[in-house]
Design a protein around this ligand. Structure first.
Ligand code: HEC
Length: 139
């Protein structure tokens, strides 16, 4: 895992931001420009929604609907596997099969914010939020 992954994720996010201007991607917050989301090879900010749209939506799509084509990107929308917070947290930190590990680019607080965002959006209603301290235990 290296800087190229980080840069390609940011480029994907920027491409989605451009698409969002011309198509009807509902409810996707404006993705900030790349230089404002990455610093010293880390993502910045602790807003789960923004981080999702910068880091995850390139593969899992703007509404968490997932995609099938050249690869299989599972939907996070209405996904019962999100019932247990450690599952998405460990997936983000360590990767899972074709999904790259992202733990090196994200702080514990950022991982927690993303987990809490995906578990309470896209048709998921899991109210038991996790904290940065919880994520730290999984590293
Ligand atoms: C480069 C593409 C890519 C990115 C970026 C990515 N994922 Fe994934 N993700 C995948 C793929 C592919 C899988 C399926 C892995 C497998 O085969 O089990 C997956 C699986 C998952 C799963 C398990 C779903 C299930 O039903 O088992 C979760 C949860 C998940 N990703 C969350 C996230 C979150 C949150 C982010 C952002 C922090 C993210 N992913 C970023 C490609 C990606």
């Amino acid at each position: 895992m290296d800087e190229r992954l980080l840069l390609s994720l940011v480029r994907l996010a920027a491409a989605f931001a451009l698409c969002a201007g011309t198509t009807s991607v509902a409810a996707a917050p404006a993705v900030p420009p790349p230089e404002s989301v990455v610093a010293n090879r880390r993502f910045v900010g602790e807003d789960g929604a923004v981080l999702y749209h910068v880091v995850c939506q390139g593969c899992h799509m703007p509404a968490g609907e997932g995609a099938e084509g050249a690869g299989r990107y599972p939907a996070l929308a209405n996904n019962p596997k999100l019932a247990a917070a450690p599952y998405p947290a460990l997936t983000i930190l360590n990767g899972r099969n074709a999904m790259p590990a992202l733990g090196a680019f994200l702080s514990d607080a950022q991982v927690a914010a993303i987990v809490n965002y995906v578990r309470t959006n896209f048709g998921n209603h899991y109210g038991d939020a996790i904290s940065a301290a919880d994520v730290a235990k999984f590293r």
